[in-house]
Design a protein around this ligand. Structure first.
Ligand code: HEC
Ligand code: HEC
Length: 226
């Protein structure tokens, strides 16, 4: 009888050990360990410059992406936000076949590599989008943006480095609209809790209007582009 109880006890201990080791190997835990390690690194923007050659092939030498919105502006994005996105692609916490591949390339292996390239990108001054929306839904977009987003992302979408809030200003409107729809349809896991409730019941025109407004604000300077 005693033996049976011991075996049951041993079995449940093994079960808990297995559960602990599974938890330790969970992608979200690995991702947050790596994110913290990259944040703690002292970045070397010169090394970052070498790594950035790989990125410039798609994002452009000034990090301004493509006007059709297929590749986003990344230049001048806040440093911790860049680290977060790179780590998220790496651990499938953000989904995109191209970036998931890039984030696992040889040039981006260590937290130091992430820090170096992020520091370089944060220092770039991109040209900003050459296109914006049609202007049709701008009024309703601005209204919704100021009601729901402005407290965190700022009046002109500059975000906040200290709080890890993304800069949205001067982003290509088609890219932004795609992110908004991804948020609504729960394809941006990290934004599900905070952003999906804010955007779920918005009309498509309001989403388009917000993207249009943000594409007209100048990146890293507060003013509206001419
Ligand atoms: C093959 C083309 C390609 C290459 C090369 C590439 N990117 Fe990207 N990148 C993209 C695309 C496309 C997206 C948008 C993906 C999405 O919708 O999630 C993106 C998105 C990003 C984002 C998220 C931007 C945001 O606003 O949240 C970051 C950060 C980024 N890339 C950094 C890099 C870095 C750093 C490199 C080089 C090491 C790099 N990219 C190389 C195509 C590329
Ligand atoms: C409570 C603060 C807060 C509010 C309110 C808020 N955001 Fe955010 N937002 C953040 C933070 C923090 C991030 C960076 C999160 C991350 O990627 O880990 C972010 C990221 C984003 C991104 C991703 C940027 C990228 O390129 O990957 C988009 C798009 C976005 N927010 C749009 C909006 C819109 C539109 C609204 C209003 C409907 C809004 N946010 C309201 C805090 C906020």
């Amino acid at each position: 009888m005693r033996n049976v109880r011991n075996i049951v006890h041993l079995g449940s201990m093994l079960m808990s050990l297995m559960m602990i080791s599974q938890a330790l190997a969970s992608p979200s835990l690995d991702a947050s360990v790596e994110y913290r390690a990259a944040l703690a690194a002292v970045p070397d923007a010169r090394r970052g410059d070498q790594i950035f050659a790989t990125c410039a092939a798609c994002h452009g030498v000034d990090g301004s992406g493509l006007p059709d919105g297929s590749v986003p502006v990344i230049g001048s994005q806040h440093y911790p936000v860049l680290l977060r996105q790179l780590v998220d692609y790496r651990y499938a916490e953000r989904w995109d076949i191209r970036m998931e591949h890039v984030s696992r390339l040889k040039v981006l292996q260590t937290p130091q590599d992430l820090a170096d390239v992020a520091a370089l990108i944060a220092s770039l001054q991109p040209m900003g989008p050459t296109v914006h929306g049609s202007g049709e839904s701008l009024t309703s977009g601005v209204k919704v943006y100021f009601e729901r987003c402005q407290t965190c992302h700022g009046a002109t979408g500059q975000g906040d480095a200290d709080r890890g809030i993304a800069r949205l200003a001067g982003q290509h409107p088609e890219y932004l609209l795609r992110q908004f729809i991804d948020v609504v349809e729960a394809r941006r896991p990290r934004l599900s809790k905070t952003h999906t409730p804010l955007m779920r019941e918005l009309q498509r025109a309001e989403l388009e209007g917000m993207a249009d407004y943000l594409s007209r604000t100048r990146r890293s300077r507060g003013d509206i582009a001419p």
